[in-house]
Design a protein. Structure first.
Length: 415
Protein backbone atom coordinates (compact mmCIF):
# COMPACT_ATOMS: atom_id res chain seq x y z
CA UNK A 1 0.00 0.00 0.00
CA UNK A 2 1.02 3.59 0.34
CA UNK A 3 3.89 4.43 2.63
CA UNK A 4 3.63 7.56 4.70
CA UNK A 5 6.38 10.10 4.12
CA UNK A 6 8.70 10.34 7.08
CA UNK A 7 9.12 13.77 8.57
CA UNK A 8 12.55 15.33 8.02
CA UNK A 9 15.06 14.83 10.77
CA UNK A 10 16.23 18.04 12.43
CA UNK A 11 19.69 18.58 13.74
CA UNK A 12 20.31 19.20 17.41
CA UNK A 13 21.07 22.87 16.77
CA UNK A 14 17.78 23.33 14.92
CA UNK A 15 15.92 21.65 17.78
CA UNK A 16 17.43 24.19 20.13
CA UNK A 17 16.34 27.03 17.87
CA UNK A 18 12.71 25.98 17.78
CA UNK A 19 12.68 24.73 21.35
CA UNK A 20 10.68 26.16 24.14
CA UNK A 21 13.67 27.96 25.64
CA UNK A 22 13.28 31.01 23.46
CA UNK A 23 15.92 33.73 23.94
CA UNK A 24 14.64 36.72 25.87
CA UNK A 25 15.73 40.34 25.86
CA UNK A 26 14.83 43.31 27.97
CA UNK A 27 12.43 45.99 26.78
CA UNK A 28 15.07 48.72 26.58
CA UNK A 29 17.15 46.59 24.18
CA UNK A 30 14.42 46.66 21.51
CA UNK A 31 12.95 50.07 22.40
CA UNK A 32 11.54 51.78 19.32
CA UNK A 33 12.13 55.31 20.53
CA UNK A 34 15.35 57.26 20.06
CA UNK A 35 16.25 57.16 23.75
CA UNK A 36 19.53 56.02 25.23
CA UNK A 37 19.70 53.77 28.26
CA UNK A 38 22.34 53.35 30.95
CA UNK A 39 22.98 50.79 33.70
CA UNK A 40 20.83 48.07 32.19
CA UNK A 41 17.81 50.24 31.45
CA UNK A 42 17.65 51.82 34.88
CA UNK A 43 18.19 55.31 33.45
CA UNK A 44 16.66 56.68 30.27
CA UNK A 45 18.00 59.70 28.40
CA UNK A 46 17.16 61.50 25.22
CA UNK A 47 19.19 61.05 22.02
CA UNK A 48 20.95 64.39 22.64
CA UNK A 49 22.15 63.40 26.11
CA UNK A 50 25.65 64.59 25.21
CA UNK A 51 24.54 68.16 25.77
CA UNK A 52 24.30 67.44 29.50
CA UNK A 53 28.11 67.56 29.67
CA UNK A 54 28.01 71.13 28.37
CA UNK A 55 25.35 72.06 30.93
CA UNK A 56 27.36 70.55 33.77
CA UNK A 57 30.48 72.39 32.58
CA UNK A 58 28.64 75.70 32.50
CA UNK A 59 27.75 75.17 36.16
CA UNK A 60 30.86 73.52 37.59
CA UNK A 61 33.57 75.64 35.94
CA UNK A 62 32.34 79.04 37.25
CA UNK A 63 31.82 77.59 40.73
CA UNK A 64 35.31 76.09 40.66
CA UNK A 65 36.77 79.48 39.69
CA UNK A 66 34.80 81.10 42.50
CA UNK A 67 36.08 78.63 45.09
CA UNK A 68 39.68 78.75 43.84
CA UNK A 69 40.23 82.50 43.26
CA UNK A 70 37.51 84.43 45.09
CA UNK A 71 36.53 82.50 48.21
CA UNK A 72 39.97 82.61 49.88
CA UNK A 73 39.72 86.38 50.31
CA UNK A 74 36.17 86.07 51.61
CA UNK A 75 37.33 83.52 54.18
CA UNK A 76 39.96 85.96 55.48
CA UNK A 77 37.67 88.99 55.42
CA UNK A 78 34.83 87.37 57.33
CA UNK A 79 35.08 85.59 60.62
CA UNK A 80 36.44 82.07 60.31
CA UNK A 81 33.19 80.04 60.59
CA UNK A 82 31.28 82.55 58.47
CA UNK A 83 33.81 82.56 55.64
CA UNK A 84 33.91 78.78 55.39
CA UNK A 85 30.13 78.66 55.51
CA UNK A 86 29.90 80.99 52.49
CA UNK A 87 32.02 78.61 50.42
CA UNK A 88 30.23 75.50 51.76
CA UNK A 89 26.84 76.93 50.78
CA UNK A 90 28.08 77.52 47.24
CA UNK A 91 29.37 73.95 46.95
CA UNK A 92 26.21 72.42 48.43
CA UNK A 93 24.07 74.55 46.12
CA UNK A 94 26.07 73.29 43.14
CA UNK A 95 25.69 69.63 44.11
CA UNK A 96 21.98 70.16 44.64
CA UNK A 97 21.67 71.83 41.24
CA UNK A 98 23.45 69.02 39.39
CA UNK A 99 21.38 66.41 41.24
CA UNK A 100 18.20 68.08 39.97
CA UNK A 101 19.69 68.12 36.48
CA UNK A 102 20.29 64.37 36.61
CA UNK A 103 16.83 63.69 38.03
CA UNK A 104 15.34 65.65 35.14
CA UNK A 105 17.47 64.07 32.45
CA UNK A 106 17.66 60.42 33.53
CA UNK A 107 14.05 59.52 34.30
CA UNK A 108 11.03 58.61 32.21
CA UNK A 109 9.30 61.95 31.50
CA UNK A 110 5.93 60.23 31.11
CA UNK A 111 6.22 58.16 27.95
CA UNK A 112 2.96 56.60 26.77
CA UNK A 113 3.58 52.96 25.74
CA UNK A 114 3.02 52.27 22.08
CA UNK A 115 -0.08 50.35 21.10
CA UNK A 116 0.77 47.04 19.42
CA UNK A 117 -2.43 47.08 17.40
CA UNK A 118 -4.35 50.08 16.02
CA UNK A 119 -7.65 50.75 17.79
CA UNK A 120 -10.83 49.53 16.16
CA UNK A 121 -12.88 52.25 14.44
CA UNK A 122 -15.72 53.27 16.72
CA UNK A 123 -19.29 52.85 15.61
CA UNK A 124 -20.40 55.88 17.60
CA UNK A 125 -19.24 58.80 15.49
CA UNK A 126 -20.64 61.43 17.84
CA UNK A 127 -17.37 61.71 19.73
CA UNK A 128 -15.30 62.06 16.58
CA UNK A 129 -14.26 65.24 14.90
CA UNK A 130 -16.93 66.79 12.73
CA UNK A 131 -14.50 67.52 9.88
CA UNK A 132 -13.75 63.82 9.33
CA UNK A 133 -15.85 62.25 6.63
CA UNK A 134 -14.31 58.81 6.43
CA UNK A 135 -12.43 57.35 3.51
CA UNK A 136 -13.43 57.99 -0.08
CA UNK A 137 -13.96 54.29 -0.80
CA UNK A 138 -16.34 53.85 2.11
CA UNK A 139 -13.92 51.62 4.03
CA UNK A 140 -13.95 52.32 7.74
CA UNK A 141 -10.72 53.99 8.84
CA UNK A 142 -9.42 55.51 12.03
CA UNK A 143 -10.31 59.23 12.25
CA UNK A 144 -7.35 61.57 12.79
CA UNK A 145 -8.99 63.31 15.75
CA UNK A 146 -11.80 62.86 18.22
CA UNK A 147 -13.40 65.07 20.84
CA UNK A 148 -13.51 64.33 24.56
CA UNK A 149 -14.80 66.32 27.51
CA UNK A 150 -12.35 67.69 30.11
CA UNK A 151 -13.74 69.67 33.06
CA UNK A 152 -16.89 70.42 31.11
CA UNK A 153 -15.02 71.64 28.01
CA UNK A 154 -14.57 69.83 24.70
CA UNK A 155 -10.94 69.00 23.95
CA UNK A 156 -9.80 67.54 20.64
CA UNK A 157 -7.19 64.77 20.83
CA UNK A 158 -5.20 63.48 17.88
CA UNK A 159 -4.40 60.01 16.67
CA UNK A 160 -0.68 59.23 16.61
CA UNK A 161 0.27 57.17 13.56
CA UNK A 162 3.63 56.24 15.09
CA UNK A 163 2.35 55.00 18.45
CA UNK A 164 -1.01 53.83 16.98
CA UNK A 165 -3.10 55.37 19.74
CA UNK A 166 -5.21 58.40 20.53
CA UNK A 167 -3.05 60.69 22.59
CA UNK A 168 -4.41 61.52 26.02
CA UNK A 169 -5.18 65.19 26.71
CA UNK A 170 -2.03 67.36 26.97
CA UNK A 171 0.02 64.57 25.37
CA UNK A 172 2.18 65.21 22.33
CA UNK A 173 4.64 63.22 20.23
CA UNK A 174 8.23 64.37 20.54
CA UNK A 175 9.94 64.22 17.15
CA UNK A 176 13.38 64.07 18.77
CA UNK A 177 12.77 61.19 21.19
CA UNK A 178 10.10 59.60 18.94
CA UNK A 179 7.73 59.03 21.86
CA UNK A 180 4.34 60.28 22.97
CA UNK A 181 4.88 62.08 26.29
CA UNK A 182 2.14 62.72 28.84
CA UNK A 183 1.65 66.40 29.68
CA UNK A 184 4.36 67.27 27.18
CA UNK A 185 5.95 70.63 27.92
CA UNK A 186 8.92 70.73 25.53
CA UNK A 187 12.12 68.93 24.65
CA UNK A 188 14.96 70.66 26.46
CA UNK A 189 18.35 70.41 24.67
CA UNK A 190 20.17 71.58 27.81
CA UNK A 191 19.12 68.51 29.78
CA UNK A 192 18.87 66.19 26.77
CA UNK A 193 15.40 64.94 27.64
CA UNK A 194 11.71 65.63 27.13
CA UNK A 195 10.00 67.59 29.87
CA UNK A 196 6.73 65.95 30.79
CA UNK A 197 4.46 64.97 33.63
CA UNK A 198 7.02 62.92 35.57
CA UNK A 199 9.99 65.31 35.47
CA UNK A 200 8.54 68.82 35.08
CA UNK A 201 8.79 69.44 38.84
CA UNK A 202 12.51 68.61 38.83
CA UNK A 203 13.05 70.69 35.71
CA UNK A 204 11.56 73.80 37.28
CA UNK A 205 13.51 73.27 40.49
CA UNK A 206 16.69 72.88 38.42
CA UNK A 207 16.09 76.14 36.53
CA UNK A 208 15.16 77.97 39.74
CA UNK A 209 18.20 76.68 41.68
CA UNK A 210 20.48 77.60 38.77
CA UNK A 211 19.11 81.13 38.92
CA UNK A 212 19.75 81.33 42.66
CA UNK A 213 23.28 79.93 42.22
CA UNK A 214 24.06 82.60 39.62
CA UNK A 215 22.78 85.34 41.90
CA UNK A 216 24.78 83.93 44.81
CA UNK A 217 28.07 83.94 42.89
CA UNK A 218 27.26 87.33 41.36
CA UNK A 219 26.57 88.88 44.77
CA UNK A 220 29.67 87.57 46.54
CA UNK A 221 31.93 88.49 43.64
CA UNK A 222 30.76 92.05 44.16
CA UNK A 223 31.37 91.65 47.91
CA UNK A 224 34.91 90.58 47.10
CA UNK A 225 35.45 93.65 44.89
CA UNK A 226 34.09 95.95 47.59
CA UNK A 227 36.41 94.37 50.18
CA UNK A 228 39.38 94.92 47.87
CA UNK A 229 38.44 98.58 47.34
CA UNK A 230 38.09 99.08 51.11
CA UNK A 231 41.35 97.33 51.96
CA UNK A 232 43.51 99.02 49.28
CA UNK A 233 41.63 102.35 49.08
CA UNK A 234 41.55 101.99 45.28
CA UNK A 235 39.10 102.57 42.48
CA UNK A 236 36.71 100.04 40.98
CA UNK A 237 38.91 99.34 37.97
CA UNK A 238 41.94 98.84 40.18
CA UNK A 239 39.96 96.35 42.23
CA UNK A 240 39.01 94.50 39.04
CA UNK A 241 42.69 94.32 38.09
CA UNK A 242 43.42 92.89 41.52
CA UNK A 243 40.80 90.15 41.03
CA UNK A 244 40.12 89.63 37.29
CA UNK A 245 38.30 86.36 38.00
CA UNK A 246 35.69 88.32 39.94
CA UNK A 247 35.10 90.51 36.89
CA UNK A 248 34.76 87.48 34.62
CA UNK A 249 32.29 85.80 36.99
CA UNK A 250 30.26 89.00 37.41
CA UNK A 251 29.82 89.30 33.64
CA UNK A 252 29.11 85.60 33.18
CA UNK A 253 26.58 85.29 35.99
CA UNK A 254 24.88 88.54 34.95
CA UNK A 255 24.20 87.21 31.44
CA UNK A 256 23.29 83.73 32.66
CA UNK A 257 20.96 85.04 35.35
CA UNK A 258 18.98 86.93 32.72
CA UNK A 259 18.54 83.73 30.71
CA UNK A 260 17.68 81.27 33.49
CA UNK A 261 15.89 83.95 35.49
CA UNK A 262 13.66 84.77 32.54
CA UNK A 263 13.01 81.07 32.05
CA UNK A 264 12.10 80.73 35.72
CA UNK A 265 9.67 83.65 35.51
CA UNK A 266 8.05 82.22 32.40
CA UNK A 267 7.53 78.81 33.99
CA UNK A 268 6.15 80.42 37.13
CA UNK A 269 3.51 82.02 34.93
CA UNK A 270 2.81 78.62 33.33
CA UNK A 271 2.47 76.99 36.74
CA UNK A 272 0.11 79.66 38.05
CA UNK A 273 -2.13 79.26 34.97
CA UNK A 274 -1.64 75.46 34.61
CA UNK A 275 -0.26 75.57 31.10
CA UNK A 276 2.60 73.87 29.30
CA UNK A 277 5.09 75.54 27.02
CA UNK A 278 3.60 73.65 24.08
CA UNK A 279 0.07 74.80 24.92
CA UNK A 280 1.15 78.38 25.52
CA UNK A 281 2.77 78.74 22.12
CA UNK A 282 0.21 76.73 20.17
CA UNK A 283 -3.16 77.40 21.78
CA UNK A 284 -2.56 80.66 23.69
CA UNK A 285 -5.11 79.92 26.38
CA UNK A 286 -6.75 82.70 28.28
CA UNK A 287 -8.45 82.45 31.65
CA UNK A 288 -11.79 81.39 30.20
CA UNK A 289 -10.62 78.84 27.62
CA UNK A 290 -8.05 76.76 29.51
CA UNK A 291 -9.86 73.60 30.73
CA UNK A 292 -6.98 72.65 33.03
CA UNK A 293 -6.79 75.91 35.03
CA UNK A 294 -8.10 75.14 38.53
CA UNK A 295 -7.01 78.38 40.14
CA UNK A 296 -3.58 79.55 41.23
CA UNK A 297 -3.50 77.69 44.55
CA UNK A 298 -4.71 74.38 43.12
CA UNK A 299 -2.33 74.70 40.18
CA UNK A 300 0.65 75.09 42.53
CA UNK A 301 -0.46 72.07 44.56
CA UNK A 302 -0.87 70.06 41.37
CA UNK A 303 2.73 70.74 40.30
CA UNK A 304 4.67 70.67 43.57
CA UNK A 305 2.65 68.66 46.08
CA UNK A 306 0.90 65.99 44.04
CA UNK A 307 2.27 62.47 43.81
CA UNK A 308 4.43 61.79 40.77
CA UNK A 309 2.71 58.98 38.83
CA UNK A 310 4.50 55.71 38.38
CA UNK A 311 6.11 55.08 35.00
CA UNK A 312 3.93 53.24 32.50
CA UNK A 313 7.02 51.45 31.15
CA UNK A 314 9.14 48.71 32.68
CA UNK A 315 12.30 49.02 30.62
CA UNK A 316 13.98 46.12 32.40
CA UNK A 317 11.15 43.66 31.84
CA UNK A 318 12.09 40.55 29.88
CA UNK A 319 10.27 39.73 26.65
CA UNK A 320 10.65 37.01 24.04
CA UNK A 321 12.63 38.24 21.08
CA UNK A 322 10.83 36.09 18.54
CA UNK A 323 7.26 36.74 19.61
CA UNK A 324 4.78 35.50 17.02
CA UNK A 325 3.36 38.97 16.52
CA UNK A 326 6.73 40.14 15.14
CA UNK A 327 8.36 37.14 13.49
CA UNK A 328 5.31 35.46 11.99
CA UNK A 329 4.33 38.63 10.18
CA UNK A 330 7.88 39.02 8.90
CA UNK A 331 7.99 35.47 7.48
CA UNK A 332 4.47 35.33 6.06
CA UNK A 333 4.94 38.55 4.10
CA UNK A 334 8.44 37.74 2.94
CA UNK A 335 9.93 40.77 4.64
CA UNK A 336 12.91 41.26 6.84
CA UNK A 337 12.45 42.29 10.41
CA UNK A 338 12.09 45.91 11.35
CA UNK A 339 15.40 47.80 11.55
CA UNK A 340 14.44 48.79 15.08
CA UNK A 341 14.53 45.19 16.34
CA UNK A 342 17.74 43.65 14.94
CA UNK A 343 19.83 44.34 18.01
CA UNK A 344 19.83 40.63 18.80
CA UNK A 345 18.56 39.05 15.57
CA UNK A 346 20.92 37.47 13.09
CA UNK A 347 21.20 37.28 9.32
CA UNK A 348 20.92 33.83 7.71
CA UNK A 349 23.24 34.75 4.83
CA UNK A 350 25.99 35.52 7.34
CA UNK A 351 25.92 31.95 8.63
CA UNK A 352 23.88 32.64 11.74
CA UNK A 353 20.45 31.30 12.53
CA UNK A 354 17.42 33.40 13.24
CA UNK A 355 15.44 32.24 16.25
CA UNK A 356 12.14 30.73 15.16
CA UNK A 357 9.34 29.60 17.46
CA UNK A 358 7.81 26.18 17.14
CA UNK A 359 4.54 27.50 15.79
CA UNK A 360 6.38 29.44 13.06
CA UNK A 361 8.25 26.29 12.06
CA UNK A 362 4.99 24.40 11.75
CA UNK A 363 3.60 27.14 9.54
CA UNK A 364 6.60 26.91 7.21
CA UNK A 365 6.36 23.14 7.08
CA UNK A 366 2.66 23.32 6.25
CA UNK A 367 3.47 25.61 3.30
CA UNK A 368 5.97 23.09 1.97
CA UNK A 369 3.65 20.17 2.53
CA UNK A 370 0.90 22.02 0.71
CA UNK A 371 2.88 21.92 -2.53
CA UNK A 372 2.88 18.12 -2.65
CA UNK A 373 0.28 17.11 -0.13
CA UNK A 374 -1.15 14.48 -2.52
CA UNK A 375 2.22 12.92 -3.25
CA UNK A 376 2.61 9.32 -2.14
CA UNK A 377 5.42 6.78 -2.33
CA UNK A 378 5.31 3.88 -4.83
CA UNK A 379 3.81 3.84 -8.28
CA UNK A 380 0.48 5.42 -7.42
CA UNK A 381 -0.13 8.32 -9.85
CA UNK A 382 -0.53 11.69 -8.34
CA UNK A 383 -3.98 13.19 -8.20
CA UNK A 384 -2.73 16.69 -8.85
CA UNK A 385 -2.13 18.06 -12.33
CA UNK A 386 1.12 19.97 -12.37
CA UNK A 387 -0.34 22.33 -14.98
CA UNK A 388 -2.62 23.63 -12.25
CA UNK A 389 0.39 24.34 -10.01
CA UNK A 390 2.31 26.52 -12.42
CA UNK A 391 1.02 29.58 -10.62
CA UNK A 392 2.46 28.35 -7.33
CA UNK A 393 5.58 30.28 -6.40
CA UNK A 394 8.32 29.10 -4.07
CA UNK A 395 9.85 32.31 -2.82
CA UNK A 396 13.57 32.62 -2.02
CA UNK A 397 12.57 33.13 1.61
CA UNK A 398 11.03 29.62 1.67
CA UNK A 399 14.15 28.18 0.02
CA UNK A 400 16.40 29.70 2.68
CA UNK A 401 14.19 28.58 5.54
CA UNK A 402 13.85 25.08 4.07
CA UNK A 403 17.61 24.76 3.80
CA UNK A 404 17.96 25.95 7.37
CA UNK A 405 15.63 23.36 8.83
CA UNK A 406 16.61 20.38 6.69
CA UNK A 407 13.63 20.45 4.30
CA UNK A 408 15.52 21.27 1.13
CA UNK A 409 15.21 17.67 -0.13
CA UNK A 410 11.44 18.09 -0.20
CA UNK A 411 11.69 21.05 -2.53
CA UNK A 412 14.22 19.40 -4.83
CA UNK A 413 12.00 16.33 -5.25
CA UNK A 414 9.17 18.56 -6.41
CA UNK A 415 11.11 20.48 -9.08
Amino acid sequence: MYAAARPPQLSESNRQIIGTNVPTVRVYEVWKGSNRFCFGGRFIFGPDVGSIYITVSLIVIPVSLFCAFVSHRLIHEFEHPMGILLVAICVIFTVYDITLLLLTSSRDPGIIPRNLHPPEPEDDRSSMSADWGGSQSGVSTIPPTKDIVVNGMIVRVKYCQTCTLYRPPRCSHCSICNNCVERFDHHCPWVGQCIGKRNYRFFFMFVFSTTMLCLYVFAFCWVNIVKIMAANHCSLWRAFSESPVSLILILYTFVTAWFVGGLTSFHLYLIFTNQTTYENFRYQYNGKMNPYNLGCAHNIVDIFFSKIPKSKNNFRAKIKLNSSSILAASISHGRTMSPEVPKTSYDIEMGKRRAVAAEDFEEIQSQLDGIGRFERCGTEPRHVHWDEMTNWEITPEIHRLAAEFGLEHGLKSRK
